[in-house]
Design a protein around this ligand. Structure first.
Ligand code: SF4
Ligand code: SF4
Length: 233
């Protein structure tokens, strides 16, 4: 049987990081008894997986600077309109249009929406290598801005999706009121996921990420038909 992209990514990751078996199984979809635990922090509804059989949660922490796997295996970097302005300034472009012409590609791809529906996305993506073509979109390559110490050359004006990772977020229109939701992306590329009996350990992370996720999602120009905006890395 052919290996899935996630399986391949996890195998690569396991060469350098110890991933708990329960987390491996969960990421590979082998845990079926999973429920959606929701925590609201600063206006963001976080969806945390709760493993019923194990009676515990799938949580996350970042190992940077010891890890920069997300930048090493970057799939695509969709930019919001504020990303375009900030990053073009950082790269010393006088005109955003010149930046768009030289440093970005237009990409169209399909991804799963928050309701499990299929959503077609068309976005301006930052090139991850100088000679990147539209056909390279979605492939996992080392981002050109990552330096040998693991620092991002664009920081602090790196794309919003880089700040968000490994969260993805979406905007829900609930009877005319905007609600921001966030959940983890499980691509098999991040060693930061771990199993815990209590979700207390995530409190500080959720507090730190909530404001950023809220602002990013409310300002994001990623919109789709059913009144959803869906953002991910
Ligand atoms: S988000 Fe995950 S992959 Fe990226 S640096 Fe942190 S631990 Fe590593
Ligand atoms: S822009 Fe920076 S943070 Fe984003 S993938 Fe590239 S190196 Fe990593």
């Amino acid at each position: 049987m052919m290996k899935s992209n996630i399986e391949e990514a996890l195998e690569l990751l396991s060469k350098n990081w110890k991933i708990e078996p329960v987390i491996q199984d969960f990421i590979l979809g082998k845990k079926t008894n999973v429920s959606d635990f929701q925590i609201k922090v600063n206006g963001v509804i976080f969806h945390i997986p709760y493993l019923t059989d194990e009676d515990g949660y799938v949580l996350w922490k970042c190992y940077w600077p010891d890890c920069h796997n997300c930048c090493n295996r970057q799939g695509r970097l969709p930019l919001t309109s504020s990303d375009l302005i900030i990053i073009s300034k950082n790269l010393k472009y006088d005109k955003v249009s010149d930046f768009v012409k030289k440093e970005t590609n237009i990409a169209t791809w399909e991804e799963k929406g928050p309701a499990g529906n299929s959503v077609v996305m068309t976005m301006i993506n930052l090139k991850r290598k100088d000679d990147e073509k539209e056909t390279d979109d979605g492939t996992h390559i080392k981002c050109r801005f990552l330096d040998e110490r693991g620092y991002c050359g664009l920081h602090p004006s790196r794309p919003g999706v880089c700040y968000l990772y490994p969260f993805s977020s979406w905007l829900e229109n609930e009877k005319g009121k905007a609600r921001v939701h966030a959940t983890f992306q499980f691509t098999g590329d991040c060693p930061g996921f771990y199993f815990a009996k209590s979700h207390d350990a995530m409190k500080d992370v959720l507090l730190e990420y909530s404001k950023m996720i809220y602002d990013y999602t409310m300002n994001s120009n990623r919109t789709t038909r059913e009144n959803f905006g869906y953002v991910s890395m």
